[in-house]
Write a protein that binds this ligand. Sequence first.
Ligand code: ATP
Ligand code: MG
Length: 603
Amino acid sequence: MHSDEIRKKYLKFFKENGHEIIQSASIIPENDPSVLFTTAGMHPLVPYLMGENHPQGKRLANYQKCIRTGDIESVGDQWHLTFFEMLGNWSLGDYFKKEAIEMSYDFLTNKKWLGIDKNKISVSVFAGDKDAPRDNESYETWKGLGVSEEKIYFFPKKCNWWGLNNGPCGPDSEMFIELEQKECLPLGKELEINCNPGCSCGKFVEIWNNVFMQYNKTEQGLYLPLTQKNVDTGMGLDRVAAILQGKKSAFESDLLKPIYDKVIELSNEDLIEKNTRSARIITDHIRAATMILGDKKGISPSNVDQGYVLRRLIRRSIRHARLLGIDESFCVQVSESVIKRFEKIYPELKENSTRILNELDEEEKKFKEVLGKGMNLLQKEVCMLKGDKTFPVQTAFDLYQSYGFPIEMTEEILVEKGLQIDLKEFQKRIFDHQELSRKGAEQKFKGGLADSGLETTKLHTATHLLAQALREIVNKEIQQKGSNITSERLRFDFNSEKIDAEKLKQVEDWVNTAIQKKLKVKMEIMSVDEAKNQGAQGVFDAKYGEKVKVYTVFDEATNKIYSKEICGGPHVENLSELGKFKILKEESVAAGIRRIKAVLEQQ
Ligand code: ATP
Ligand code: MG
């Protein structure tokens, strides 16, 4: 079954079951300042899962482009990709476990739909612990559908639970397909007797996850039943397509095969067999890079945020291309095969193809220059060793630090020359060097949902004030073009000319005056039209739905309004919580777009 047919059938099935098909969102999240990419179909739906009314109702379904940088190290195995498509269906306080599971099973096994052999399906259910009981309802539902007991596995929270630090959470139930492989790969030995869906060997492929949000985790760590119970499901299209097509890896499905074939075509025949993993990495990474570059947000390779991930994907591909003996430029050719394969489903790829290919080409050239320089230096250092077989760690570190020359490449070249290097010592140096920034970076690669910690909440409120101050002092046409908040600082992009120091000071003062007045912040739910009539700022997009949250900063004594924005929140209740607002930097990010970085200092 072709992936187009699976996508179509999925939407048709859920439409027949009363679901509205909603638009798929950009892979760069909107109004979620704390994550770099959309990691699941539920991501753009968070406000509605938190209780906001969705304009299209309580039963929704769609397909969604996803990026999971957290899986980057796994790419190269059979089933993990950094970019993949997710098919999802949601119940917002409508049906729950029984119906959700029944629909999933019907779609998977019914001949009219996917027609997967029932014997190949295993499922997992939450085993229960001190916080919440075993998920008997899911267990009974699976049994009632005829799934035998040996195929239902109980797993702990680590595997079968979804939730953030606090807020809505609950058990999930996953579906797996058992492949006919005889070995417990990649261990290469005979299949372990107890190999089960919890084993990461690839014999059991997770294809679909149904999350049941039924608890609210309080700040005190209590799990209280939710009044609005939601279902959030996600099925990986790339995995399902490969399995239905009888393939042993996602790279052989109709979605990835044409791209993989292109990589193979460019490779040196003698090197392919022992470097399959590299070919897979290039296939996946160039597809992900193409999707990021093709997104309407117009990301370019850089050293920060999405741009950094993009750079990392491209550079990693270039490194692996060497292992396959690909000497010439290849990014453009591989990307062209991606565009050709996906332009029908994602027309933005065709529309932005010139930009995509130019950016890839430029980044490839840039990185090759870095490599050329690094290589020369490395050769010189090797000559100076004079028979010593150990390469100095400090030199490798300098190469990495000053030229961005990857350690993997240093290692490769040294191996070719019969030399060695103390990698542990190298890693230790990197670790010492990066210790401070490490946590932040890891967080970014992991992705995940908006962190609603107190510091980010404060900075989020400060962002609204900053936007308003800019409109009051610089230009009333200023609009948010991007926002990103970590627990340390806010970053706000907006349309404007350069702002001089004096004006910046006034903006800062405006915000601090508002803070000193201890203004209140209130939240109201209203229709988009009403919000517009009241002069609320924010994106008036159909996606927002009929009802939106509006946050207003106002003076209780005079009722004067300081700022009014459509926003998912959360925000502080009183500006007195904020401390002192300080602008660190104002700079250009693109033509006509400026960026301000600012912090809140404790007083
Ligand atoms: P895994 O344990 O295999 O990494 P997961 O538990 O992270 O999967 P979920 O977060 O439940 O997966 O995502 C829902 C579905 O999306 C999965 O059942 C799978 O089909 C698909 N999926 C998740 N991660 C990937 C990935 N890196 N590449 C391809 N498909 C994926
Ligand atoms: Mg995963």
